[in-house]
Design a protein around this ligand. Structure first.
Ligand code: 13P
Length: 254
């Protein structure tokens, strides 16, 4: 059985104080379950704080972005080595906000993906279509091109140590959620595409859903065959909501 992953993308939210309180509740409430990974991705300046606060709890730590460069004159960037130094095991790459607001291209995302896997940091590769693309019937083509851009450069072997997150752009932060059927259809298409490169890798690769996932809709989304967890924005900032989603995911492992 594939791993299940419940990941919180805190985006650019929080303060030392709010993060201490959130992590206090999460470390007290999180339960270690075989095959279930709980991950939090704080804003970069707070990664060290969260590393301290998580202590020995079964919460893994990730970043929301990274440079593909190792070191040097890259003002405002940080490297995979630095993330590892702080205890990060994962990094979110190619989030739609980075693509649309900061001009990240498929090629940039592919470079970062290769660098992350080669540095032993697990990339959480985000892909997804806009509303316009969905309405034009282009969803599968768009998502498949985003996967191909990375697959062609990184090769299928690197996907053995990766996670994909399908995040329809129109569902992010809008309160609109893909229906379980809509999400399942895209997840299955991604898996079929990967299977053409390597069936074993495709069968093992966790594909998460992201886009207004919350405590109320997690069960029906996570019940789908090809949905292996969630990448959660807004609801990951509320300890009860996030822990409820973790509990739903834990149920799915039984
Ligand atoms: P929301 O859960 O706030 O819609 O955000 C989803 C997301 O972008 C996670 O990366």
């Amino acid at each position: 059985m594939r791993k299940t992953i419940v990941a919180g993308n805190w985006k650019m939210n929080g303060s030392s104080e709010s993060i201490k309180s959130l992590m206090g509740a999460l470390t007290a409430g999180v339960v270690a379950v075989d095959g279930l990974e709980t991950l939090v991705c704080p804003p970069a300046p707070y990664i060290g704080l969260v590393a301290d606060l998580k202590g020995e709890s079964p919460i893994a730590l990730g970043a929301q972005n990274v440079s593909a460069q190792e070191s040097g004159a890259f003002t405002g960037e940080w490297s995979l080595g630095m993330l590892q130094d702080l205890g990060c095991s994962h990094v979110i790459l190619g989030h739609s906000e980075r693509r649309s607001l900061f001009g990240e291209t498929d090629a940039d995302v592919a470079d970062k993906f290769v660098a992350a896997v080669d540095a032993d940091v697990i990339p959480v590769l985000c892909i997804g279509e806009t509303l316009e693309q969905r309405e034009a019937g282009q969803t599968i083509d768009v998502v498949s091109a985003q996967v191909d851009a990375v697959l062609n450069q990184a090769g299928s072997e690197r996907f053995m140590n990766a996670v994909i997150a399908y995040e329809p752009v129109w569902a992010i932060g809008t309160g609109l959620t893909a229906t379980p059927e809509q999400a399942q259809e895209v997840h299955a298409a991604i898996r079929a595409q990967l299977a053409q490169a390597d069936a074993d890798m495709a069968a093992k690769l966790p594909i998460l859903y992201g886009g207004s996932m919350n405590a109320g809709n997690a069960a029906e989304l996570l019940a789908q065959n090809d949905i292996d967890g969630g990448l959660i924005g807004g609801a990951s900032l509320k300890a009860d909501e996030f822990l409820t989603i973790c509990a739903v995911a834990a149920e799915r492992r039984k």
